[in-house]
Design a protein around this ligand. Structure first.
Ligand code: K1U
Ligand code: ZN
Length: 167
């Protein structure tokens, strides 16, 4: 199975808003499998459908050390959030850039799995931060857009340099 192509910041398609899933069918299960495979291969701890140019509310996450605890979030909604976390983030769409973003330390999320079963997940620490990071992708927001204008300019310059080197 070929891996999905991950869009690179500042691609405008990363700013599209994802639509909710209305039909839980085989094509959704295939998308989830392909996204999980792409995330594990990258390697990453999360991936939002927006990053592979599919503008649907689908997220895969695995923050476990053994890489055996896949979390699938379809149409996720944060229903409660508390505390403050300042974990350093990275992004498969912004390679080589890491920075701290202030987010909630704990979140309660309602979502569906790939079979259409609703569930509630209470998360904290890295999982909570990753959920918020991936849900930002579904809203068309990339983590560097939480940083100061100066830092964003530096990120754009760094990525432009990377692009020139690889050309
Ligand atoms: O959204 C993405 O691009 C995935 C991103 C998720 C994320 C990382 C850190 C904090 C918040 C959200 C990544 O997975 S970046 C790569 C990464 O963090 C990692 C890769 C391999 C092993 C461990 C971590
Ligand atoms: Zn990301």
């Amino acid at each position: 199975m070929p891996l999905l192509n991950i869009l690179r910041y500042p691609d405008a398609r990363l700013h599209k808003t994802a639509a909710p899933i209305t039909v839980f069918d085989e094509s959704l299960k295939k998308l989830v499998n392909d996204m999980a495979e792409t995330m594990y291969a990258a390697p990453g701890i999360g991936l939002a459908a927006t990053q592979v140019d599919l503008h649907k509310q689908v997220i895969v996450i695995d923050v476990s050390e053994r890489r055996d605890s896949l979390v699938v979030l379809v149409n996720p909604q944060i229903v409660d959030a508390s505390g403050v976390s300042d974990i350093e983030e990275g992004c498969l769409s912004v390679p080589g850039v890491y920075d701290i973003v202030q987010r909630a330390e704990r979140v309660k999320v309602r979502a569906y799995d790939q079979n259409g079963n609703p569930f509630t997940l209470e998360a904290q620490g890295l999982l909570a931060v990753c959920i918020q990071h991936e849900m930002d992708h579904l809203k068309g927001k990339v983590f560097v857009e939480h940083l100061s204008q100066l830092k964003q300019q530096r990120v754009r310059a760094k990525l432009a340099k990377q692009l020139r080197k690889s050309a």
